[in-house]
Ligand binder design. Sequence first.
Ligand code: MG
Length: 383
Amino acid sequence: MPELAPYAASDVHSRGRRYPEPAPSHRGEFQRDRDRVIHSTAFRRLEYKTQVFVNHEGDLFRTRLTHSIEVAQIGRSVARALGLNEDLTEAISLAHDLGHTPFGHSGQDALNGCMGDWGGFEHNLQSLRVVDHLEEKYAEFPGLNLTFETREGILKHCSLKNAGALGDIGARFINQKQASLEAQLANVADEIAYNNHDVDDGLRYGLISIEQLQEVALFAEQYNCVTQKYPGLDKRRHIHETIRRMINYVVINLIDHSQNLLTQSAVTHIGNVRDAGRVLIDYDTEVKEKTLALKRFLREHLYNHHRVRRMSHKATRVIEQLFNAFMDDYRILPPQYQSRIQACDKPDGKTGWARIVADYIAGMTDRYAIAEHSRLFDPPRPT
Ligand code: MG
């Protein structure tokens, strides 16, 4: 790995793991985190989970797995350019979506609604829950026992109420401190990845058009530049060339502006980064404005497209009906979830029960949720 800048996260300054372990012999601490994430069950399930489209709608759309790999790619490039810790950036990027429900944003809104009386559902918190508790693989500890820095990056947002119950990992939301630069970077890389791949998938699916996108400066500038330079280029290549340039444009701005912010703020240590009072991995004002305009466009024309909304409605019904069925009778759950419910506070309230149902539903892939719904609700077919 190239030499780290003084403000980068490092093994030496890591705040360690919840259950102390001997240092790894042939790799760094954050490499070990990254490797544990890749070998987790939740990571494999990302292949069959989606953000905007339902997984079986087409083979060419992004899934949460390919999204996470794109986030890691963008994150690593910027990390190397700024002298930040690539392994930590990659570990956070690959883990950042582990707690997502099936059916993207509509799935998590529905599950949050279902959990209203029992503490709600936050996907960032659920990602942390996956790596801290739900992955049961190792003999000596629950979860993946990741470093503080990877866990801090996974928990990018958190309500103050929940932060209070999380101890050291939630403290920064209460004390208004920043996370490491690598965590800040994974957050921006996530945004760059989904803004651009949603344009690509939206065009491919015919939900948005190039004509509509002409109102978005970030797209139009690059698209028109490609038209001038390569007249007659076929449509798919034209779109890909445009999107690659859009990513490049924001990434270069992110590197240059963040470098300026790091220099101006004179941070010399990860401790200064946490106390800096603002994020230091950021675009300049012009690119930030352009990015916001693209997000507004996507919200209006893609995420609220009637075909996407229809799918969201269907997804919401599936999640709500599954949740209600499991809350009516926990004995229809798979045996391992029944035992967990029997071991919690079932007799005097349903808080623990509801959380275990939420864990089960959140862990489902899109297709598993649909199949489970059909097993519970469809009348048996006569033979
Ligand atoms: Mg993401």
